[in-house]
Design a protein around this ligand. Structure first.
Ligand SMILES: Cc1cc2nc3c(=O)[nH]c(=O)nc-3n(C[C@H](O)[C@H](O)[C@H](O)COP(=O)(O)O)c2cc1C
Length: 216
């Protein structure tokens, strides 16, 4: 069993974090969760979950959000609690995921700001050479966004945009979300069967245009 840190920020796409935390706990792993203050506002707006201003409410709201069984596998930390275990490299971690990751948080992690626990946990992952997944939702991306993401990729982070594919013929939002969560789990080395694996295209029924053989 590993313990993963999942940091939620003020980007859109909290449904991805929800799926990720559920899947990690469902696979028997522990989750440390923190959310920025902008993240709290977006969580309320997108998922109707009122995490309040401080920790008690966040911990209490988890059961309503993720269900009691999943909530039992999650430890919550205030984003200003820079003394919490995820702020130190000595605490073991299976990896850090910023999901969804705002462009503000991406910029601050790229610059080594560590102004809250979410940014510090990512900073620790980089310095310890551990898995760091950055899951942005933003679109379109400015040159500055791309520069920051490139910098993070060069530092060893995996950039995994919340941009689901359609080749598995998703039947709804859940299957779109699962597609992205499955990719995150693959990067974390967590087994899952959330989304079908690509088996290759069917060969064309009719042979296509006849190729020119040895013609130039
Ligand atoms: C409903 C809503 C959706 C947002 N979506 C995004 C987004 O997808 N990406 C982003 O970078 N910022 C987004 N923002 C803006 C961030 O919340 C804002 O930049 C905030 O300062 C980020 O703070 P944080 O990085 O500390 O969480 C959104 C804000 C709101 C209210």
């Amino acid at each position: 069993m590993s313990r993963f840190f999942v940091g939620l920020t003020g980007a859109s796409g909290h449904v991805y974090a929800e799926g990720l935390v559920r899947a990690l706990v469902g696979a028997g792993h522990g989750v440390d969760l923190s959310i920025t203050s902008a993240g709290r506002r977006v969580l309320l707006h997108e998922r109707g979950i009122d995490a309040g201003e401080r920790g008690e409410r966040l911990a209490a709201s988890l059961a309503g959000w993720l269900g009691e069984e999943v909530a039992r596998g999650v430890r919550t930390f205030e984003s200003d609690d820079v003394g919490a275990p995820p702020s130190s490299g000595t605490a073991q971690s299976g990896g850090v995921v910023l999901c969804p990751c705002s462009m503000g948080t991406a910029a601050r992690v790229a610059a080594g700001f560590s102004s809250n626990l979410v940014e510090r946990a990512a900073d620790v992952a980089l310095k310890e050479g551990r898995t760091l997944l950055i899951m942005p939702r933003e679109t379109p991306l400015s040159e500055l966004h791309l520069e920051n993401l490139l910098r993070l990729a060069r530092l060893g982070a995996a950039i995994l945009p919340c941009a689901p594919g359609f080749y598995h013929h998703p039947k709804g939002i859940e299957e779109l979300v699962d597609h992205i969560v499955g990719k995150a789990l693959d990067r974390l080395g967590v087994e899952h069967d959330l989304s079908p694996r690509w088996q290759g295209l069917e060969p064309p029924a009719e042979p296509g245009i006849e190729r020119g053989g040895d013609r130039p």
